[in-house]
Design a protein around this ligand. Structure first.
Ligand SMILES: Nc1ncnc2c1ncn2[C@@H]1O[C@H](COP(=O)(O)OP(=O)(O)O)[C@@H](O)[C@H]1O
Ligand SMILES: [Mg+2]
Length: 422
């Protein structure tokens, strides 16, 4: 009754799997996982099996594994081979591989009555009838994407927030003060909390201000739009340029606007000449206007908070003025661990954190990159996979001068006292 052979998927099978996936549905209902997701899982590769009869592919089951959970993304069969036990055979072969690989739970979700549902029941998958499947579509429509790109805005990659290593204190503060009220505006308003509209991040170079700005946008799934005052100045004159840009920005439903090195346009010193006074005023007016709309956040960053025009930091413009300082010991441990994992290195993260006191995330990134590049080259030269050791990192740390001197650290502590509003 069988007449088929089940084997692991191989890269040459892709075309055939896609063909079967498109002809397999019995209900015509859209599946939970897009075909592109199944293809990405096949290419990753995640476990997948195919069934072949007379050298023709007749079925496939595709999974995606994350930690100890797996999803079955596709169970597909050629229409001629339905109701013959093929689905059960495919799922059995796939789940063997998954459980043997350390997976503890396998999930599948299908439209009611879809191909594969009977096979899942045959394989003792429980029907979780009490579960309701929720789904929310992203806020950004394809038309909006066109508009975003014409404005120079981009949709940030997902998961950037999770990639911010260490910096627990700053992360917690940003999450509570900024992200939560913006992500849950109704709950915030029930508590009389006005969602924040603008925040100033200050701190020495390389501490992660730009990284946080991107991560907040990613966390909120809002488009990210960076304003480059120097470009605006060259194109239209700064005041006109700012006005135009903020008019355009007002048309977007959701957006995080980022201005890096904002002291260039908002410094007290530049206020000495008349045109610059005009610029600071223009920017302040733009912020007031920006604040009147929902669904947006202005993030400004500066390495030099003391030079900002005091009018800029007065209440009513920025909801928070947050210090982003060099990472402490535990934040450095977390940073090192994230880079060690990426490099496949087993090195002493505690030791590296101690040796890199005073280093910013940028300095640590620089050391990690230098070591990785050297190992990569060594692998090529020797023909065997080189792995960095703790000493490789320590030597590179010794040869690296931290960007932030101890004087700057002291100054930062002092500025935090004077300027921070958290
Ligand atoms: N918390 C962090 N976790 C991981 N990498 C970080 C972190 N903070 C900064 N980096 C990395 O350090 C570098 C400098 O960060 P950046 O955000 O540009 O600093 P700043 O804007 O404060 O000058 C970037 O390569 C960034 O990816
Ligand atoms: Mg920056």
């Amino acid at each position: 009754m069988t007449g088929w052979l089940i084997r692991d998927y191989s890269q040459d099978d892709l075309e055939a799997v896609v063909r079967i996936a498109t002809e397999s549905s019995t209900t015509g209902e859209p599946p939970l996982f897009q075909l592109s997701e199944a293809v990405a899982a096949l290419q990753a590769p995640h476990p997948a099996v195919v069934a072949v009869a007379d050298e023709v592919m007749i079925g496939a089951a595709v999974s995606s594994v994350e930690g100890d959970r797996a999803w079955i993304l596709r169970i597909c069969m050629s229409p001629d081979w339905r109701n013959m036990g093929l689905g059960t055979a495919l799922i059995t072969a796939l789940e063997h591989r998954l459980f043997a690989g350390g997976v503890r739970t396998v999930h599948a979700a299908l439209p009611e009555g879809e191909t594969g549902a009977a096979a899942l029941r045959n394989c003792d998958f429980d029907d979780r009838s009490g579960l309701v499947f929720f789904e929310k579509r992203g806020r950004v429509t394809p038309q909006a994407v066109g508009m975003l790109s014409s404005l120079g805005a981009e949709l940030p990659a997902g998961g950037l927030w999770q990639k911010v290593a260490g910096m627990q204190r700053e992360k917690a503060l940003i999450e509570r003060r900024l992200v939560l009220p913006l992500a849950y505006p109704e709950l915030a308003s029930q508590h009389g909390v006005e969602p924040p509209r603008a925040v100033m991040l200050f701190g020495p170079p390389g501490t992660g201000k730009s990284t946080f700005a991107h991560a907040i946008a990613s966390r909120l799934a809002w488009p990210f739009l960076e304003l480059f005052p120097a470009r605006l100045a060259a194109e239209y004159g700064l005041a006109t340029g700012l006005n135009r840009r903020f008019d355009e920005i007002a048309q977007l439903h959701h957006v995080l606007v980022f201005i890096d090195e904002v002291e260039e346009v908002a410094s007290a010193r530049s206020g000495a000449d008349a045109t610059a006074v005009g610029v600071v005023n223009e920017l302040l007016k733009a912020i007031v206007r920006f604040r009147s709309q929902d669904g947006r956040l202005l993030v400004c960053a500066t390495n030099n908070v003391t030079t900002l025009d005091p009018a800029f930091l007065r209440h009513g413009r920025f909801d928070y003025v947050l210090p982003i300082g060099p990472p402490d010991h535990s934040a450095r441990v977390a940073l090192w661990e994230s880079y060690l994992e990426r490099a496949g290195a087993e090195a002493d993260s505690e030791g590296l954190a101690s040796a890199s006191e005073g280093f910013t995330p940028a300095d640590i990134a620089h050391v990690a990159r230098t070591v990785s590049q050297a190992q990569f080259e060594r692998t090529f030269d020797t023909g065997t996979r080189a792995r960095p050791t703790t000493d490789d990192y320590l030597n590179t740390i010794r040869g690296t001068r931290p960007t932030v001197s101890s004087t700057m650290t002291q100054e930062f502590a002092d500025h935090s006292e004077r300027f921070a509003r958290i």
